[in-house]
Design a protein around this ligand. Structure first.
Ligand code: AMP
Length: 308
């Protein structure tokens, strides 16, 4: 069994989609990553911070799934990171209405001793300073460091973000962010430019249009499952990243061939995440459903063609 160290926000989200809206519910990049990764045979731990306004019930949801939260700091008198998003009718685009860093603003992460030799480190979305500090505390170079980030950090901490990008093996990023980071419209050119920044692998997420994996001159494409119900895309990217990282940590194989499978597992889990608000669907997921959908993925992408 591999060890997976996860860094990212544990948050309150308020979400509005064409189908309804929520008050503050459980969210955060590390939450979605942890829940997705817990579907695999991995030991995982989350490094993050919340305020003492964060309900114990939410913390229990993580520990119920055997996620180590000894490095989830609870700041007395502090307020938890808060994000508010509004989705447009196509559900592929959203406006961020609020990003309140709160306790995240002064967070000094501490890598638990039992995880400073992690096999895979998944640097989820949060301040690049925190991501860098975690890399610097590791005693041993992990087999794989995966980074996920978003436009907020490109706009607010680009220099620090570039330092992190330099140090990672895989960058997962969505299409618009890849364009913003590189100034390239073509995603192939964008991936090539990202290679020059450090990562050897680039995954570009395209929402309902699937995901692309790039390595040297190889490209792999995984579709997103065409779904009848897409209710709330929040956390789909993180769920993808959690499935990707969780599968790689569990299988202890970071070859390109195995990464293709990891992309499918990530896409598969993300397809569930969007069916309900927030983490609701991920909390009720079982292995049978996951397996059935993997079969659907296979049927969707397999075909015979005669080539001479
Ligand atoms: P995704 O839909 O995969 O991009 O992720 C949405 C999740 O990311 C939400 O649960 C938010 O709490 C969290 N989030 C939103 N903005 C940020 C940010 N700037 N840094 C870290 N996490 C964020």
């Amino acid at each position: 069994m591999g060890k997976l160290l996860i860094v990212g926000t544990v948050a309150f989200d308020a979400i509005e989609t064409p189908f309804g809206k929520t008050d503050k519910i459980l969210g955060g990049a590390a939450t979605f990553i942890g829940l997705a990764a817990s579907q695999f045979d991995v030991d995982s731990a989350i490094i993050s911070v919340v305020g003492d306004d964060f309900p114990q019930d939410y913390i229990d949801l993580l520990t119920d799934r055997k996620i180590d939260i000894s490095a989830l700091e609870i700041v007395k008198g502090g307020k938890t990171f808060f994000w508010k998003g509004l989705y447009h009718n196509d559900l592929n685009t959203r406006d961020t209405l609020a990003t309140e860093l709160n306790v995240l603003a002064d967070f000094k992460p501490v890598v638990p001793k039992s995880y400073n030799d992690a096999d895979v480190v998944m640097l989820g979305n949060l301040h690049p300073f925190v991501q860098l500090s975690v890399i610097n505390q590791l005693k041993k170079r992990p087999k794989l460091i995966i980074l996920d980030t978003m436009n907020f950090w490109m706009d607010n901490a680009l220099d620090e973000l570039m330092e992190v990008i330099k140090r990672v093996d895989v960058l997962t990023i969505n299409d618009e962010e890849a364009r913003q980071l590189t100034g390239e419209y073509s995603l192939v050119k964008a991936a090539q430019k990202i290679f020059t920044m450090g990562p050897k692998y680039v995954v570009i997420k395209k929402g309902e249009h699937g995901a692309l994996l790039f390595h040297k001159d190889q490209i792999f494409f995984a579709p997103a499952l065409p779904l009848e119900e897409v209710f709330d895309p929040t956390g789909a990217g993180d769920t993808f990243a959690g499935g990707f990282a969780g599968y790689l940590a569990a299988s202890e194989d970071s070859s390109f061939e195995n990464m293709k499978k990891a992309v499918i597992h990530g896409s598969n889990l993300a397809s569930f995440s969007v069916e309900k608000f927030g983490t609701e669907r991920m909390l009720k997921l079982n292995h049978k459903e996951i397996k059935e959908r993997l079969h659907q993925f296979k049927r969707l992408t397999q075909f015979d063609i005669e080539l001479q």
